[in-house]
Write a protein that binds this ligand. Structure first.
Ligand SMILES: [Zn+2]
Length: 468
């Protein structure tokens, strides 16, 4: 069999790996390239393979850089099934709709402001394209729940293990028989960490595997221990309530928002914080939070102790107010503090958070609570770096509100976790490091070779083909 790396190869976006086994073409992930618009558009414009020759897709999880190109695959003639967990199916639909929406808006804005000689751009796909992908999803349970393999062809079957990265994320174990010989391959997708709230920890495969395709985002880094999120939030909220502050939280709709709601609910139950109004002002975050309420079987022991055994829903509580219309969202600005408003987008690059910031950023009594990584050149990055004034909708605003950064809860394994995963794969011969950049990958390659000198470690480049 043969594998070609068509994305997330020496970079961290656009995951797409084509496995060819005796005429059966299996695509592992179908992710979108993200980053600077012109480069990303170029890479997303055309597949480096024929979509109608792909027989099936296995999707590791619902982040757009892993599932974001499915609508184009279908539009270009893909007829097969997209195998992923049920939670991934539900979340991916919302992520794809949101992605189409952003692209349509983006194209509209760009085309309205064209300079002479510039050509109009088209969205990579539309909401119509997204709808056509729905019929292709084929939900598959984790093996721990179903005890069943999924057969792709007479000689190819697979099972899913927990990846612990986001809700629904899965590690794929593929069993392939070629010339009467069985070969196993593990594809980690994005790998999570142990001891994070809500999700179960990543599982190790019970089978031997000769080949491992592994993410290595943090191949050169050891994370700080999982932060004392509860303690930090308790202090921030009690202080804010004392000062009647408005707490603005730029929201990451998938993962971080639910972690935050989980801890807030727990603190409320313990009476460690007062019941201040908490507005969730992001339609996408609300939709995804509803998916979380459906898949409690994917949650860890801690959830069952905190909420599940009492029959409580972790993401529903009395003072949590779901805001849907723009009018409702605007009306929050006239309300006195204390309150918390959680609104997209996470890096303050768009969405409703901009209105809340515009109205409240110049008041020293207010708080901006940053809960995740802020990319270069984003408004969020400027705010954490202490830039003032900042531009919001083209106007200057002084940053007087207190900026608090919650200890980052990365959802990716670090070097120690990654090496630990490698050490649990028996009979390992070949490792492919993907979803990583060269500096990180090079360090981690050395780390593996030092400990396992007989294992061959590759850092594939875009389009590189390997016989396995
Ligand atoms: Zn991911």
């Amino acid at each position: 069999m043969k594998i070609t790396f068509f994305g997330a190869a020496q970079t961290v976006t656009g995951s797409k790996y084509l496995l060819e086994v005796n005429g059966f073409n299996l695509l592992l992930d179908c992710g979108m390239h993200q980053g600077k618009r012109d480069i990303a558009n170029q890479l997303n414009k055309k597949f480096p393979f024929e979509a109608n020759k792909i027989d099936a897709v296995i999707l590791s999880h619902a982040h757009a850089d892993h599932c974001g190109m499915l609508p184009v695959l279908v539009r270009e003639g893909f007829k097969g099934k997209v195998y992923c967990t049920a939670a991934t199916t539900d979340i991916a639909k919302f992520i794809l709709e949101d992605s189409a929406n952003i692209q349509e808006q983006d194209a509209l804005y760009y085309n309205k402001h064209l300079k002479e000689g510039e050509v109009k751009i088209k969205p990579i796909y539309t909401k119509q394209d997204v709808k056509k992908t729905y019929g292709h999803f084929e939900p598959v349970s984790y093996f721990r729940l179903s005890n069943q393999w999924t057969q792709l062809a007479s000689n190819i079957r697979f099972k899913f293990y927990d990846a612990g990265h986001i809700l629904g994320s899965a590690i794929t174990l593929l069993e392939i028989t070629e010339n009467g010989q069985k070969k196993n391959l593990i594809f980690t997708g994005d790998l999570g960490r142990h001891f994070l709230p809500i999700l179960r920890d990543p599982e190790f495969a019970k089978e031997n595997a000769e080949t491992l395709i592994m993410e290595a985002t943090y191949g050169n880094k050891i994370h700080k221990p999982v932060a004392d999120l509860e303690g930090e939030l308790k202090t921030i909220i009690n202080e804010a309530v004392k000062n009647n502050s408005k707490i603005m939280v730029p929201a990451f709709s998938l993962g971080r928002t639910q972690e935050l709601l989980y801890v807030l609910h727990k603190l409320l139950n313990e009476k460690a914080i007062p019941a201040l109004p908490i507005y969730i002002d992001s339609p996408l975050a609300q939709k995804i939070t509803r998916v979380f309420n459906t898949y409690t079987s994917d949650f860890d022991e801690e959830f069952w102790e905190d909420f599940g055994e009492k029959g409580e829903k972790a993401f529903l509580f009395n003072n949590l107010i779901a805001v849907s219309s723009v009018k409702e969202s605007q009306s929050i600005n006239n309300k006195p503090g204390p309150f918390m408003v959680i609104a997209g987008s996470g890096m303050c690059e768009g969405g409703r958070i901009l209105h809340h910031l515009k109205n409240n950023i110049e008041d020293a009594n207010n708080v901006i609570l940053i809960t995740g990584y802020q990319g270069e050149n984003t408004l969020g990055r400027k705010i954490i770096e202490g830039v003032s004034p900042v531009k919001i909708f083209g106007l200057d605003y002084q940053v007087r509100a207190r900026v608090i950064i919650l200890n980052e809860l990365s959802a990716h394994a670090d070097q120690k976790d990654l090496l630990n995963y490698v050490s649990h794969v028996t009979s390992l011969k070949k490792v492919f490091l993907v979803h990583t950049e060269m500096p990180q990958a090079t360090v981690f390659k050395e780390v593996i070779i030092q400990k396992y000198p007989n294992v061959k470690v590759n850092i594939p480049s875009f389009g590189e083909v390997f016989e396995i």
